[in-house]
Design a protein around this ligand. Structure first.
Ligand code: GAR
Length: 210
């Protein structure tokens, strides 16, 4: 963590933790996070949004929030080459922590080692159930009556790693898999992800107990 910075009043203030958001798609979670940072619900800064997909909708969300957007294409590259390029971009932005928001890539142990314990992810199911793709829709198909989403620390597995926060809703009989996935997004994911990041920041800034 960097040290304190000088404010306009000349007082020394602790610097705010710096985050980069990584996303591959439309970016509704990224949008919810950027809103939460903007209204200071999360006491930190989003220094960059990085997408591995050219033209992804999330880049437009970043523009709307005045967050610098970057594209580090993964298609056609080896994992090593892509992650090397990604790390170079992230180092330039000064990001200390990463928030995966619909980032559809598995990160290698090499990359995870660079950000050990400082990467969060959101997944649309009550993990450890339904990891992997289409978690929300698979909860519908399995006939669950209570479904939800999970924010967790990222480790080397697919949607594994210690859980930070989960949220749940009751399934309605008539909504179908897409309707349910949308309601999980709106009513659970967009609520618990900002809350989980806020908890993460509070833990970072808490005095160490001796
Ligand atoms: C979200 O539902 C997120 O939980 C999921 O991708 C969607 C991205 O939507 N992530 C995973 O499934 C990770 N395994 P968004 O681009 O609108 O945030």
């Amino acid at each position: 963590m960097p040290g304190p910075t000088e404010s306009s009043s000349g007082m020394r203030e602790p610097s705010r933790p710096r985050f980069a958001i990584l996303a591959s798609g439309r970016g509704s979670n990224a949008d919810a996070l950027m809103r939460a940072f903007k209204r200071n619900f999360i006491a930190g800064e989003v220094v960059a949004l990085v997408s591995n997909v050219e033209g992804a909708g999330v880049l437009e969300r970043a523009r709307e929030h005045g967050v610098p957007g970057h594209v580090v294409v993964s298609k056609g590259l080896t994992r090593e080459a892509h992650e090397g390029a990604l790390l170079t971009v992230l180092e330039k932005t000064g990001a200390e922590h990463l928030l995966l928001a619909g980032y559809m890539r598995i990160l290698s142990p090499w990359f995870l080692g660079r950000f050990g314990g400082r990467i969060l992810n959101i997944h649309p199911s009550l993990l450890p159930e339904f990891p992997g793709l289409h978690g929300a829709e698979r909860q519908w198909q399995a006939g669950r009556s209570v479904v939800g989403a999970t924010v967790h620390f990222v480790d080397g597995g697919v949607d594994t790693g210690p859980v930070v926060l989960q949220g749940s809703i009751e399934v309605r009989g008539d909504e179908g898999p897409e309707g349910l996935a949308q309601r999980i997004l709106n009513e659970v994911e967009h609520v618990i992800y900002p809350r989980a990041v806020r908890l993460f920041v509070e833990r970072l800034t808490k005095p160490v107990e001796t």
